[in-house]
Design a protein around this ligand. Structure first.
Ligand code: T3D
Length: 260
């Protein structure tokens, strides 16, 4: 891979968008590599949590507008590019049975903000900024921002952010619940890594079930959500992690989760 870095340590796959000279904006090559990295993390048994971050001063400035302009000049529409590249990336993050954390090191604009919103947790540097840059260039939200953002901040605030496109700094993002923690820039790597390692040492099957339950409940009635919860709980109850953690609790010991 050239523009996306991938490494695994302590059960954590770190996926780094690495085109800092263009603020990690997304070309076809970068989106292809990002999907490959996320798919690899999702399928690797040894990986139990994923950390997504950016090199340099940006998290991700969204679509590379040079490539985008060339596409427009060539008369190519966006129907295929959004479906072919952005949608599979977002689905892979949302559907993988492992927690995905965005370590938002700087500006996250357009589809870059959408990528952060698609993750399960967001931890931000004081220098982070979220810019819903879509309408600023005459586009509508993509990569799931219309779905994720209103679930993070509520429909009225999401409409305001997406229509007006005014950036959120890290403090405001924290106030609105877009991020769960803000840390000084120099502490972001360590703080995000500590969170990812903690999750990688947790009950992976229970996390997968929690992701599934949350995604399902977002679109279903209480009755259906109760039914799925019952099925998922039954599956979790059959894991070694649950059995061992219950025994550990009764012996007043710390549980050790093996991830199955
Ligand atoms: O084709 C499709 O599939 C459509 C899909 C669209 C999804 C989208 O993501 S739409 C939204 C696209 N993104 C944007 O509109 C954001 C554009 N960038 C900005 O608004 C600003 O650059 C930032 C808010 C991200 C950062 O501002 P600032 O002042 O910190 O930095 P800057 O000076 O504007 O940018 C620094 C460099 O990065 C600059 O290049 P230079 O002059 O140093 O050579 C700038 O052109 C470049 N850059 C920033 N964003 C992009 C970019 N180059 C290409 N594409 C970008 N998106």
């Amino acid at each position: 891979m050239n523009d996306v870095l991938y490494s695994v340590d302590d059960g954590v796959a770190t996926v780094t968008l690495d085109r800092p000279e263009a603020m990690n904006s997304l070309t076809v090559r970068m989106k292809t590599e990002l999907l490959e990295a996320l798919t690899r993390a999702s399928q690797a048994f040894a990986v139990r949590a994923v950390l997504l971050t950016g090199s340099g001063r940006a998290f991700c400035a969204g679509q590379d507008l040079n490539e985008h302009a060339a596409n427009l000049e060539a008369g190519r529409g966006l129907n295929d590019t959004v479906r072919a590249h952005y949608n599979p990336i977002v689905r892979t993050i949302a559907e993988m049975g492992k927690p995905v954390i965005a370590a938002v090191n700087g500006v996250a604009a357009g589809a870059g903000a959408s990528l952060a919103f698609a993750c399960d947790l967001r931890i931000a540097s004081e220098k982070a900024k979220f810019a819903m840059a879509f309408t600023g260039i005459g586009l509508a939200p993509d990569s799931g921002a219309s779905w994720t953002l209103q679930r993070l901040v509520g429909p009225a605030r999401a409409a305001e952010l997406l229509l007006l496109g005014e950036p959120l700094d890290a403090t405001r993002a924290m106030e609105l619940g877009v991020v769960s923690k803000v840390v000084p820039a120099e502490e972001l790597d360590a703080a995000a890594r500590a969170l990812a390692v903690r999750l990688a040492q947790g009950p992976t099957a229970a996390y997968a079930a929690t992701k599934r339950a949350l995604a399902f409940a977002a679109d279903s009635g209480l009755g259906e959500a109760l039914e799925l919860e019952a099925d998922l709980q039954d599956a979790c109850a059959k894991t070694d992690d649950h059995l061992n953690a219950t025994r550990a609790f009764l012996k007043k010991e710390r549980p050790v989760f093996e991830g199955h």
